[in-house]
Design a protein around this ligand. Sequence first.
Ligand code: NAD
Ligand code: AHE
Ligand code: ZN
Length: 375
Amino acid sequence: MDVRAAVAFEAGKPLEITNVQLEGPREGEVLVEVKATGICHTDEFTLSGADPEGLFPSILGHEGAGVVVDVGPGVTSVKTGDHVIPLYTPECRECPSCLSRKTNLCTAIRSTQGQGLMPDGTSRFSIDGKPLHHYMGTSTFANFTVLPEIAVAKVREDAPFDKICYIGCGVTTGVGAVVNTAKVEPGATAVVFGLGGIGLNVIQGLRLVGADMIIGVDLNNSKKEWGERFGMTHFVNPKEIGEDLVPYLVNLTKRGADQIGGADYTFDCTGNVTVMRQALESAHRGWGQSIVIGVAPAGAEISTRPFQLVTGRTWKGTAFGGARGRTDVPKIVDWYMEGKIDIDPMITHLLSLEEINRGFDLMHSGESIRSVVVY
Ligand code: NAD
Ligand code: AHE
Ligand code: ZN
């Protein structure tokens, strides 16, 4: 069938909105009509050419929500008409990673997914007879997409697509980093570096679990008001403090009898490796955990003095907030519908597919938190 898509033909070039061809679902696959998709910084990272796994031409997008319109042979867990959120981290419940219960990083289809292909090693998308790559197994910058059934989470039908698409990445990543990866306890102190679409969700996750001191760090002063809306208690702009950031944060987090300072938990939501080091070094001696969420460009490396780890700080990373998609995503949709977490105010711009490149411009200028394309 012909579908409408925003195609990334080349790194660093705007997406081109055009008709492409999509084959129907094969064994174990489902065809989804995408109703809405967010634009995440990771889409921009891959489009920019900084992603070592970036493939062109491809159909980007990994933060969607939609309806199953057809299923291939052997599909049992979803049916036509079900509302779903595509999962770039699938959950097969059978691979050694899923069975380990130690990680959410299902390995059932990771290798073909990284090659921009469906699990059988072929692509469902093409243009003028030439294959187009899938992206992160989801390709939500098309109004229809094909996914393996293990890569969709069935969600309740009364939840609005233009909001819950954000649970397909940003919300789950930020809230999950707090709840699943760091397992932050009530009363904790935390520093969040980068108050964009991910960082604000870390902040609301910290509020949800009852953290006491929630410090937000951003170079953009307009993010102060944003952070405060979701529970941030202190804002720091590193350009305006007149001293080095790490000692400033260590000092700010000194509490009562504990005059060592440093936060119980820190989160990098920038993808900048210098910031990752600052985040690790502003964690508390003896027990502070620093969680890397940001995705860094090809060739970038992190460093610190090993003494930072010898003296009890822990460096951790998280993908998709440690969430097991088919199990956890429907619960996060419930949290949203029950008012436990906010999404609506973070969706600052609704765009048509034709306007998708504007979403990337709004991200670059720092004007948007999340732009959502509605089909
Ligand atoms: P965004 O563009 O919405 O936000 C980034 C924020 O960081 C902005 O507010 C910006 O002003 C701030 N910032 C940039 N440089 C800074 C610095 N040196 N110091 C302080 N603040 C700085 O991006 P986003 O959608 O929130 O994504 C954030 C990062 O998380 C990206 O690297 C993205 O690829 C990554 N990400 C990772 C996962 C995962 O599963 N690990 C999931 C989603 C996104
Ligand atoms: N392809 C990149 C890494 C990209 C990356 O880290 N992706 C995250 C999700 S970001 C969502 O916005 C992720 O889930 N990683 C786990 C995985 O298996 O890809 C690179 O550097 O090669
Ligand atoms: Zn994302």
